[in-house]
Design a protein around this ligand. Structure first.
Ligand SMILES: C[S@@+](CC[C@H](N)C(=O)[O-])C[C@H]1O[C@@H](n2cnc3c(N)ncnc32)[C@H](O)[C@@H]1O
Length: 240
């Protein structure tokens, strides 16, 4: 079986939309793969994030790239106007999941491709479960702070979402990574530092102390078991 990057390279899209683009890391990866494209649009609901993506734009050397503030659930873009629509590590951030996926399909041209990359919680190794438990904790704090953020989905949940779309030729690739850097000191210290600070956004909430204590438990787990990214599902779907 071919690896997913080989399959993606063969598609060669000219107009790409990356939704929930964050600072544009997925765009950088796509441009490395595809070189020059006619149009690359990155959208994100957060104005601050789009400003940061624009500020980091100089490091993207190729392609016509536009960053815009927009909600995935209500894309201000024409029907059937992109060869490829991508969403990387962000499905679980969307408040209106089904509506957002329908919008992504709407703006795809017939013959176009939807690419979804998403981590999943039923990852096989203990080091990866550290990531899953940490992420659940960050997401819970975010939700209390009023920021939509779901727990990491199961693989089955992601596949069910895809099955509900009117797309064909679903190709799925799983990537599990490895534990080579699972106990790397700098990475563990960086995560612990982040965790110590993370609950501060809900400082006045009644659950602050409880969630702070959970953070201390997770830091212990980080020190003893280590951390590796959760397994990822790469899904490629075709619009007939
Ligand atoms: C994990 S980050 C993005 C990661 C990025 N795609 C990458 O590959 O590095 C998730 C992003 O989703 C954005 N987001 C959340 N809800 C959104 C929505 N309804 N529409 C567009 N962007 C949204 C957040 O603002 C955040 O920047």
């Amino acid at each position: 079986m071919q690896d997913f990057e080989t399959v993606l390279r063969e598609i060669g899209p000219k107009r790409i939309l990356d939704v929930a683009t964050g600072r544009g890391d997925c765009i950088r990866w796509l441009l490395e793969m595809y070189g020059d494209v006619d149009l690359m649009v990155g959208i994100d609901v957060s104005e601050k994030t789009i400003q940061a993506a624009q500020a980091a734009r100089e490091s993207i050397s190729e392609g016509n790239i536009v960053f815009r503030v927009m909600d995935t659930a209500d894309l201000d873009l024409d029907d059937e106007s992109f060869d490829m629509v991508t969403i990387c590590y962000s499905l679980h951030h969307l408040e209106s999941l089904e509506q957002s996926l329908n919008e992504m399909v709407r703006v795809l041209k017939p013959g176009g491709w939807l690419l979804i990359i998403e981590a999943y919680r039923d990852s096989p190794r203990d080091t990866q479960l550290t990531h899953v438990y940490l992420h659940d904790w960050w997401a819970e704090i975010d939700r209390i702070a009023g920021i939509p953020h779901n727990k990491t989905f199961t693989r089955e949940r992601i596949v069910t979402l895809l099955d509900d779309l009117e797309l064909t030729e679903i190709q799925l690739f799983d990537s599990h990574g490895d534990d080579e850097q699972a106990k790397e000191k700098k990475m563990i210290s960086r995560l612990i530092e982040r965790n110590d600070f993370y609950p501060e956004k809900i400082k006045d909430h009644p659950r602050y102390e409880e969630l702070k204590a959970r953070g201390r438990e997770l830091n212990e787990r980080l020190r003893h078991i280590g951390h590796a990214p959760a397994s990822q599902l790469v899904a490629l779907l075709h619009k007939p």
